[in-house]
Design a protein around this ligand. Structure first.
Ligand code: ATP
Length: 449
């Protein structure tokens, strides 16, 4: 993902530039925009959904498919409300909040630094804060057709709880023994008080979570192993200087957690978490055993030892990681001759469009379209015949398309096309019948090798 050697970096991206690029090119924009939007909710457009699906596929490949000891599930967003009593969320999934008595705005008590001044008091811009109060972050809803018979339920604030409640069934049906893991990607909802920084803190988001169940003697080893694995995953898609691991202080640990590290990314608004790796101990399985009355412990068939498995969790935010991918990849580059281009150096595995086919002249559309159709069977392929070739390259650079295939007047004669690579801008002449394989080797290259 290095920049072109003959270019110099001009500016790093600001959040304004990022939001503007995302809206302009249809990556991500406000939900229900025409009604003024809904605070903390976002829509992914045609390019955004490709990026997001590619990230999910990459995670799934790395965490589930490639492994013999991890299986996947896709569980419902709404679960029996008892689930959230057992998990501790009803009691303690909250942020301490303060309200300003004058302007009525609400803030997180631990995020007061730098908040906008109060505009409702005379003679001072200071807020008149209440005492801090706990505010539960779970979104609730009602289930059932009639008002009288309806029951309260919650939209899940994390995807993992159904992994715990389904632990026994999944282990038995997948014929897995400890140690093994269960992975899932899905929506989660939190009634964040102050959604902000674009998709970074939203009220509806996706998580990719994996819970790995181990014997208590393996607890520390498993934590270190998954820390390494997750670091490797992120190093495959991000520049190293934009990544760091941060340990949680004791007073930061969530109620279920014995040990935690955050994978942090350097956003324009500073270092922030994109993933948490947690040692959840036996908190969840023990609590679900108590609350459901169904013992979740396992027995080692050889030694007959009965034990409650411990759990290492890896929990990545899909939306935060997508945003980080865009920030990491963004560059405004000055090329030879002084022209600038905006380019997204996205890893080919994540790029929304893998290849664009560009006929040099509209007269060459027909054979170029045949090439595009063939490539489309394998890769997400764009076709663009409008504007001069330089402009068309820029359009693809700006959305991170790693390869452009140009069909020119010589192609008729030599049966070959020019393949231009996004980052180095180098061009190769490739026979038309070899272009699919040429691209496959490059596009499907493993990010971790
Ligand atoms: P934060 O402290 O930033 O609120 P958290 O520690 O509560 O995050 P976890 O509960 O560990 O987050 O959730 C795991 C992952 O889910 C996070 O690393 C993040 O990527 C994602 N995530 C959590 N809350 C949000 C949110 N409101 N919007 C987008 N992604 C989120």
């Amino acid at each position: 993902m290095a920049a072109a050697p003959d270019s110099e970096q001009q500016s790093s991206v600001s959040m304004e530039e990022m939001v503007s690029l995302c809206a302009r090119r249809g990556f991500i924009f406000q939900s229900s925009e025409i009604y003024g939007g809904a605070n903390g909710f976002w829509d992914y457009g045609p390019l955004g959904v490709e990026l997001k699906n590619n990230l999910k596929a990459l995670w799934w490949q790395y965490m589930v498919r490639r492994r013999d000891d991890v299986v996947g599930v896709d569980t419902s967003i709404i679960a029996a409300p008892r689930t959230w009593e057992a998990s501790g969320h009803v009691e303690s999934f909250s942020d301490p909040m303060v309200d300003c008595r004058a302007c009525k705005k609400r803030f997180r008590a631990d995020h007061l630094e730098g908040v906008a001044p109060c505009d409702s008091r005379e003679g001072t811009s200071e807020h008149d804060f209440t005492e801090a109060r706990d505010f539960n972050l779970m979104l609730s809803t009602k289930i059932g057709a009639s008002v009288a018979a309806s029951a309260d339920a919650y939209l899940r604030p994390e995807t993992c709880q159904s992994i715990f409640t389904g632990f026994k069934r999944v282990r038995e049906t997948a014929r897995q023994k400890i140690p093994f893991g269960i992975g899932q990607i899905g929506k989660a909802f939190r009634n964040e008080i102050t959604p902000r920084n674009f998709t970074f803190r939203s009220r509806e988001f996706e998580q990719a979570e994996m819970e790995y169940f181990i014997h208590p003697s393996e607890q520390d080893k498993s934590f270190d192993y998954w820390l390494d694995q997750r670091e490797r995953f992120h190093k495959g898609i991000f520049k190293e200087e934009n990544l760091r691991l941060r340990a949680h202080a004791d007073d930061e640990l969530a109620h279920y957690c014995n040990n935690a590290r955050d994978v942090e990314f350097l956003f324009p608004f500073g270092w922030q978490e994109i993933e948490g790796i947690h040692d959840r101990g036996d908190w969840d399985l023990t609590r679900h055993s108590e609350f459901s009355g169904k013992d979740q412990s396992v027995t080692n068939e050889q030694t007959k030892e009965k034990f409650m498995p411990m759990c290492t969790e890896t929990s990545m935010g899909i939306d935060r990681t997508c945003l980080a991918v865009l920030v990491d990849a963004y560059e405004e580059e000055t090329m030879e001759g002084g022209e600038t281009r905006t380019v997204l150096h996205i890893h080919p595995a994540l790029a929304p469009i893998k290849v664009a086919v560009l006929p040099l002249s509209k007269k060459l559309s027909e054979p170029a379209q045949v090439i595009a159709e063939n490539l489309r069977k394998r890769f997400n392929t764009a076709y663009d015949a409008s504007g001069n070739i330089g402009r068309r390259y820029r359009r693809q650079d700006e959305i991170g398309t790693p390869y452009c295939v140009t069909y020119d007047f010589d192609s008729e004669e030599d049966g070959a096309v020019t393949v231009r690579e996004r980052d180095s801008m180098t061009q190769d002449r490739v026979p038309i019948d070899e272009v699919g394989e040429y691209l496959r080797i490059r596009i499907e290259a493993d990010p971790w090798e």
